[in-house]
Design a protein. Structure first.
Length: 221
């Protein structure tokens, strides 16, 4: 039975990703990809005209997931609950399928990505996602915390070097760090607390005259 066109494309992407990660993007040729696949270069060209096209296909997959997450977040209330759910969903995408390998490729080939249009698109989408995470608080501190919460999740594959750590443990640690950052968004004096956190639903929150900006804590309590 002949392999489907979609199946061939995915196999090319998987092998190319393997080679890009093993020896680097710039040191890998289309000929080497074709040889590992045991196909001709002409067969490879039918699906991808260049290495850049292959990388663009990785990025397109990421962009679709990130666009869906941003659209979902913008349809929800701008609350800590939404932020936590958004970062959890983002972590789900980061720990699924071959995405960890894709992220290793991105990490190892930063210079290449900066020169590709697809890499620039991904950076733009990351900023959109960060904006969705701090929606309701446009302070510089909130923008930085939102960006760092995303960074905590997708760099957990590189920053956490414990040899025996499981993917579940890695994800849990990443989300713990991200939550510390997200809990501080919207918690500056004068910001409204979420119902059920600083104030009971239906009751007005009493100002804490003994608290200072440094000690008042986050909406999470």
């Amino acid at each position: 039975m002949r392999e489907s066109t979609g199946g061939t494309r995915e196999r090319i992407k998987a092998v190319a990703l393997e080679l890009f990660t093993e020896q680097g993007y710039e040191k890998t040729s289309l000929r080497e990809i074709a040889e590992r696949l045991n196909v001709t270069k002409a067969a490879l060209y039918y699906h991808f005209k260049s290495k850049d096209d292959i990388v663009a296909s990785f990025v397109e997959d990421r962009l679709e997931k990130m666009d869906a997450l941003t659209a979902w977040a913008e349809s929800q209330p701008a609350t800590l609950t939404t932020r936590r759910e958004l970062i959890s969903r983002y972590a789900d995408t980061m720990f699924a399928g071959d995405l960890p390998t894709v992220m290793r490729f991105f990490e190892q080939n930063q210079t290449v990505l900066k020169s590709l249009a697809s890499g620039q698109q991904m950076r733009g989408r990351m900023m959109q996602l960060a904006n969705a995470l701090c929606r309701g608080d446009d302070s510089p501190a909130a923008q930085l915390r939102a960006a760092l919460s995303l960074f905590a999740v997708h760099t957990s594959w590189f920053a956490v070097r414990a040899p025996d750590i499981s993917d579940d443990e890695r994800r849990r640690l990443a989300l713990e760090v991200a939550d510390e950052l997200l809990a501080a968004i919207g918690s500056e004096p004068g910001e409204d607390a979420e119902p059920g956190e600083d104030a009971e639903p239906g009751e007005d929150a009493e100002p804490d005259v003994s608290a200072t900006p440094a000690s008042s804590g986050s909406p999470q309590g």
